[in-house]
Design a protein around this ligand. Structure first.
Ligand SMILES: O=C1O[C@H](COP(=O)(O)O)[C@@H](O)[C@H](O)[C@H]1O
Length: 243
């Protein structure tokens, strides 16, 4: 990914969340006007949670909004680490979205079955010209090792280019994940990257202000659509202009 990416810096995580929620609403309305639906792949983790909570209060055509997940951990749907559960509690339980519009990655004892099922689910999403699901919006968080979705450094998933979703063993976490692959992230009409906290500052500085050297999974993105970075001041604190 080129280091010249548009980004906004917000004073604190609450401000970041409010800006991201406003943009989410704008994109949902724009997409419903243009295509009568809004297909969005959600990020898990902690950063987007307040965004989902803010969306509870929005007057949206929820019956035209379809929720998917960018990645999932190898845990049941009622486990505290489940990305699905986080979104359910923060958003889904509070808005009139039909059940049929909620498309989680269902984690089975056999993770390959989860992946196969999720690939079938993804067939509902419009196609990009090269045949991959083309989301109206993909939301991404970023780990302090530069991972996005569950595309971790040195992982076999980083080179997958022939399928929209894979299972991947994450050595440092000693666990399996299911993740969307780069071709899907790249095909999205809009990508929002939400990054908060000081621990992510070195990666942010390398990706957005660095020498172009590709060290992190986030740098392997080659987005075809719009990209927007939402940073809080802590995450942006090592960018050249902040020093
Ligand atoms: O493990 C994960 O981490 C990333 C980043 O999460 P954050 O808590 O640092 O915001 C997240 O985007 C991903 O969906 C999740 O599974």
């Amino acid at each position: 990914m080129k280091s010249q990416q548009p980004y906004q810096i917000y004073l604190e995580p609450g401000e970041l969340a409010r800006a991201a929620a406003r943009r989410w609403v704008e994109l949902a309305r724009e997409s419903i006007r243009a295509r009568n639906s809004f297909h969005v792949a959600l990020a898990g983790g902690s950063t987007p949670k307040p965004v989902y909570q803010l969306l509870q209060q929005e007057e949206l055509e929820w019956d035209k909004i379809h929720l998917y997940w960018g990645d999932e951990r190898d845990v049941p749907a009622d486990h505290p680490e489940s990305n699905y559960l986080m979104v359910k509690e923060a958003l889904i339980d509070h808005v009139p979205i039909p059940n049929d519009n909620v498309h989680p990655i269902r984690v089975e004892a056999d993770i390959e079955k989860s992946v196969e099922e999720y690939r079938r689910v993804l067939e509902r999403v419009h196609r990009s010209p090269d045949g991959f699901p083309c989301f109206d919006l993909v939301m991404l968080g970023m780990g302090d090792d530069g991972h996005i979705a569950s595309l971790f450094p040195d992982s076999s998933a980083l080179t997958v280019a022939n399928t929209p979703a894979v299972s991947v063993y994450v050595e440092k976490l000693n666990s399996w994940r299911v993740t969307l692959t780069y071709p899907v992230l790249n095909a999205a009409r809009n990508l929002m990257l939400l990054v908060s906290g000081e621990s992510k500052a070195p990666v942010v500085a390398q990706v957005l202000g660095g020498d172009g050297d590709e060290r992190y999974p986030v740098q392997k993105l080659a987005p075809q659509g719009r990209v927007e970075w939402y940073l809080d001041q802590a995450a942006a604190s090592q960018l050249p202009e902040a020093l």
